[in-house]
Design a protein around this ligand. Structure first.
Ligand SMILES: [Zn+2]
Length: 131
């Protein structure tokens, strides 16, 4: 699979966003994530919000799918809401990507229309340099 453009990756993420109300007023699939790996494979995932903090971000789902596929290196990643708004990853997801593989600090993170930044710029001071 050839490398897809940022717009195509954004559209892939948006295409899986299908918000659905679930129990206790929470919802699933409000946010979609699309990532491509260093091997140019595409993985997708959606968010699930629940009470008692059991939910997770769309990035978690997409990264789990990537690991299920036997891959660990992200080349490019984006998360999108139903209305097309692009969300930068939360702090937990930044750390998650780093802990999956420290090479992911070189991943391109799409944080807005025509805004792409390396994960290392979003997570400049890792806590485990001396471990
Ligand atoms: Zn997150």
């Amino acid at each position: 699979m050839a490398t897809i453009s940022n717009d195509e990756l954004i559209n892939k993420a948006k295409s899986i966003v299908k918000p659905k109300k679930i129990k206790h007023g929470f919802s699933a699939s409000d946010c979609g994530c699309a990532l491509i790996t260093d091997k140019d494979n595409l993985y997708l995932g959606v968010s699930i919000d629940t009470c008692s903090s059991m939910g997770f971000c769309a990035e978690h789902s997409a990264i789990a799918a990537m690991i299920t596929g036997g891959e660990y290196k992200i080349k490019k990643i984006v998360a999108v809401l139903e209305d097309g708004i692009i969300l930068p990853p939360c702090g937990r997801c930044r750390e998650f990507m780093y802990q999956i593989n420290s090479d992911n600090l070189e991943a391109d993170v799409i944080i807005g229309e025509n805004k792409v930044i390396k994960l290392k710029k979003l997570l400049p001071h890792t806590w485990d340099k001396n471990l």
